[in-house]
Design a protein around this ligand. Sequence first.
Ligand code: NAD
Length: 480
Amino acid sequence: MEKLQNFINGEYCDPVKDQYMDNYEPASGTVYCQIPNSTAEDVELAVEAANSAFPVWSGMSVSERSKILVKLSEGIERRMDEFVKAESRDNGKPLSLAGHVDIPRAVSNFHFFATAILHYASESHNMEGVGVNYTLRKPIGIVGCISPWNLPLYLFSWKIAPALAAGNCVIAKPSEVTPYTAYLLGKVAQEAGMPPGVLNILHGEGGNAGDAIVKHPRIKAISFTGGTATGEYIARTAAPMFKKLSLELGGKNPNIIFADCDFKEMLSTTLRSSFANQGQICLCGSRIFVERPIYEKFKEEFVKRVENTVVAHPDNPEAKLGAVVSKPHMEKVLSYVELAKEEGGTVLTGGTRVVLDAPYDQGYYLRPTVIEGLSYDCRTNQEEIFGPVVTITPFDTEEEVLMMANSTKYGLSSTLWTSDLKRAHRMANELEAGIVWINAWLVRDLRTPFGGVKASGVGREGGWEALRFFTEPKNVFVKY
Ligand code: NAD
């Protein structure tokens, strides 16, 4: 069976303690490769490599760094097919999604930050007759990037690209559930001429390699995307060491539908915002609030569309949903369906596994699920499920829906459907979220700030925000 390796100091290598863990293919529920379960010893090796590489990388001209990152982006593009297949196999997502979204976006992430750094200017503040202040923005040093399993290479590269562009050396850990495309990235880094030690990729469990990255005194910043509980632990561990922290955490996003919306467009987008990537996108709208005059119409047409949504093997071009990422995750999602019933909800459609023909009968397939009849403040409507499960709830007034939308501890994104411009602006202002989409969903401009409020995170990624995070400003004053 294939054994993946860590990528340290520009070379692939086995983990120091020679410990491995199984990696499952969600589409068949079988183990298809093994990955290093790295420990603090591996992190130490990576830190030593990064430490030696830092003067070289940070001392290189910005245009040289940019050229290497552009090559990295082109390298992924050249191997598009290999990356797309690997991402789909590792995660269970439809091949078409990996091919249209995940891997092209990883290419764009590297290209975007490779070129953004060429335009990154710092401020100066003139004090008339006194002197001038100018701000230097220096790379931080060695930084840690830890990412989740739902958009594996997409989110991995969203962190690594700005960190590298700003001149830092990186110790990165993908999710142990979806390590494969991060493993492939080492080859592309070699081909792109990335100096050894600049990018180090370690595999393994969060409690081992991840924890050792967070605790290492020479790793000066942690950029983390994952669950809120993990984020809280990381904050508690890293704060006394005065590390810079960027935390992109969970969500429970509202999708608010007013009767005056463009119904057709809303319906097809709502289908995507509910179930794309098996509902495993942090930005999916899992709480759907519908204005009462169109509630019944929405319910009928939405459920009909959901029932026609094809759940199939990820390689099947018809598949709109593939497999969810793991057995424990599938069980967690199903347990929430049971909870919803206990809380008085009615399952309008879905709520069960889909069993495909052998050899895929052990795969982790779930029917897209719609539940109604729950109060806005029950656990099903307050806790993150992160699967193909949505609830629908009617509302009567703007005030009422705002209260319900803002009632969770999360605040990542919101979607709003209305043709009333004044209302759209009013609501966008009041919604407790880092991102609001009006008559749209998941339209992403890489220059815009990305992140959440409340338990959805601290800090912002994207554009200049990311480059600011990965640099340390220093003010210099010169007297006239
Ligand atoms: P997770 O928190 O379990 O794991 C995320 C990463 O952290 C993995 O690489 C894991 O190995 C590592 N990790 C776990 N424990 C650790 C520890 N003690 N120290 C250091 N690292 C540790 O999350 P997940 O299950 O992989 O991902 C799903 C979650 O991610 C959901 O809550 C989802 O909302 C969230 N998410 C948020 C965003 C966002 O941008 N806000 C984007 C995608 C996913």
